[in-house]
Design a protein around this ligand. Structure first.
Ligand SMILES: [Zn+2]
Length: 277
């Protein structure tokens, strides 16, 4: 294995088909092998791969290379550090991000169409719902897929999963973190699931709930350390129905610390584009 990673940008229908499928898999704790056929290699400031209409994205393909990669990943590769060949100071603008503001998510009616909208906002986190930030999840694994359904404690004192019809002494804890973000234009609520919440807070849901239950000051410190700092937050915006009420839901899909130098390059890039057009 080369120990390298590469960014892949999906365009058009790929976002809502394979993209949504991949995101759901990752949110469930499944890390699929992705094969890309007929991708376009972009050579600007490091190499990236993008889809074109004739591209094919193969999720967990039945190929010997995919099985070798899976074995490597499961055998410790998932924890290996990798070097990106796509991050040579690439300004955000050239990574094809749609930058917007918190107020414009609502003003532009994002998420109301059939497909989700994917946007990036530069914002601070101003509040965490700290009383309820994770759920008790089923740890049962089928192959490399974890069930992850919410489990409850039965009368026996064991955790019960209705889906798997099994009991266990220990359950898994997975993030379902509600946070409020703010930029110069307004505030909104965002939900962060397992991977993104862990990336943001820098610790697992189990660690955080253990701090909380033990009255450990690291519980408050972990959340406080993320407040009132600038981030680039990539959001999936989609209207959903909760008990007959339709509401636009913002899901955090990627979090990056705000880097002033990178932001300056982004703004310069934006300026040069608007001057050129
Ligand atoms: Zn289960």
């Amino acid at each position: 294995m080369s120990g390298r990673s590469v960014d892949l940008t999906m365009w058009g229908d790929f976002c809502n088909r394979e993209g949504s499928q991949l995101q759901e898999m990752v949110e469930r704790g499944v890390f699929p092998v992705l094969g890309v056929k007929t991708g376009r290699v972009n050579d600007f400031n490091g190499k990236c791969v993008g889809t074109i209409s004739s591209s094919q994205l193969l999720i967990d393909p039945d190929l010997s290379e995919a099985h070798t990669l899976r074995q490597w990943f499961d055998g410790g590769g998932r924890d290996a550090s990798t070097q990106s060949i796509s991050r040579d100071h690439t300004p955000a603008a050239s990574r094809n991000e749609v930058r917007t503001t918190v107020a414009k998510i609502k003003d532009d009616g994002l998420g109301m169409g059939d497909k989700p909208d994917w946007v990036t906002v530069k914002a601070s986190i101003i509040f965490f719902k700290s009383d309820n930030f994770c759920y008790t999840a089923c740890p049962t694994k089928e192959g490399d897929r974890q069930c992850n359904k919410k489990v409850t404690k039965g009368t026996s004192g064991l955790w019960v999963c209705d889906k798997c019809d099994k009991e266990f002494p220990e359950c898994d804890y997975r993030y379902l973190l509600q946070l409020q973000i703010q930029d110069h234009s307004g505030t909104t609520w965002v939900t962060a699931f397992q991977e993104t919440a862990q990336e943001l807070l820098g610790c697992s849901a189990l660690e955080l709930i253990t701090y909380k239950e033990n009255g450990d000051p690291r519980f408050a410190e972990t959340m406080l350390s993320c407040l009132f700092k600038d981030y680039l937050l990539r959001l999936k915006v989609k209207e959903e129905t909760y008990s007959d009420e339709r509401r636009v839901k913002n899901t955090l899909v990627k979090v990056e610390r705000f880097e002033p130098a990178a932001e300056s390059r982004y703004l310069l890039d934006l300026l040069s584009r608007s001057v050129a057009s």
